[in-house]
Design a binder for this molecule. Structure first.
Ligand code: GUN
Length: 298
């Protein structure tokens, strides 16, 4: 058997098209959503991410506000920038690129972002809303994963889901999203006993454990949907680094019903969901309904 390979780039392109359409409608009604991205220091990978985010924001017709701060900026100075963005009505979404330099406490910074503008969905108020089924902003990567699952399985009612990984950014919100879709959810992690047996029970398996090719083909239930969140840079002898997921793709594709590749699976969804969240934040702040095309993930 050969699994369906889920094309994350195609799903992300379709979502970005819907976002651009929603932005056109909102602009015609007198406001254009805006996203502020704050980058501290010159971490090379972060600079690339931030450049991509800004370019995609403008492509979708939104306003992009970039704030580059030097690596030696103090926590107080960074908090002042966030307060200024919280108060700026042209800014609907605020994203502070992580990681931050070690002299700055990331949780203090994330707590300072107005939850209504928290397009990363990292603020405890938004985490609480997700846990209680209240409308709010949901972290982009797990939201993208859910959209990919629903692109192949529109109804998840009663399915067994296993989430491998328990981070605040992926594992925990992913589990909440699947629970809200009426899955029976198990969150597993590096200390879980009999991981392979547990994974073999999953109709939906989300791997976000950060270890290259950790999930083997014989851990996968035949026909399952497998979502690979891993982006592991591995040095190949003789070659430059190559990207490997958390799932042994060549084995998984022989067993699963559907599987995401790395690259080209979850990765492209994250920025598309960030744009989606910026439109959602713009609507929620003004008491408007989020456009249907951005809420129906099927
Ligand atoms: N650094 C790497 N990924 C992310 C993300 O999704 N959000 C933020 N704020 N920083 C990141």
């Amino acid at each position: 058997m050969s699994a369906r390979v889920i094309d994350g780039k195609a799903v992300a392109d379709a979502l970005r098209t819907e976002v651009a359409e929603a932005v056109r409608d909102l602009s015609a009604h007198g406001f254009t959503p805006g996203l502020a991205v704050v980058l501290v220091g010159d971490h090379p990978a972060s600079r690339v991410y931030v450049r991509n985010k800004s370019a995609r924001t403008v492509e979708a017709g939104m306003r992009s506000f970039d704030h580059r701060l030097p690596p030696e900026v103090t926590e107080t100075e960074l908090l002042d920038v966030i307060r200024m963005l919280n108060a700026d009505d042209a800014v609907d979404g605020i994203l502070v690129q992580l990681p931050l330099p070690s002299h700055i406490d990331a949780s203090t910074v994330l707590l300072a972002i107005d939850p209504a503008k928290d397009v990363d969905g990292f603020h405890p108020v938004n985490a609480g809303r997700l846990a209680t089924g209240t409308p709010g902003l949901v972290p982009c990567t797990p939201l993208g994963c859910l959209m990919l699952v629903k692109s192949v399985t529109p109804s998840l009612d009663g399915l067994d889901a296993v989430v491998l990984g328990r981070s605040n950014i992926v594992g925990k919100p992913m589990a909440q999203l699947l629970l809200a879709e009426s899955c029976t959810v198990t969150v597993a992690h590096s200390r879980t006993r009999d991981l392979a047996d547990l994974c073999r029970r999953a109709d939906i398996l989300v791997a976000a454990i950060g270890r290259p090719e950790f999930v083997r083909g014989d851990w996968i239930k035949p026909g399952a949907t497998v979502i690979d969140v891993g982006i592991n840079r591995v040095a190949e002898p003789g070659d430059g680094p190559s990207l490997l997921g958390d799932v042994a793709f060549a084995e998984a594709v022989e067993v699963a019903g559907a599987v995401t590749p790395v690259p080209g699976g979850v990765g492209p969804m994250t920025i598309a969901c960030l744009l989606r969240n910026t439109v959602a934040a713009a609507c929620l702040r003004r008491g408007l309904a989020i456009p249907n095309a951005l809420t129906a993930f099927g």
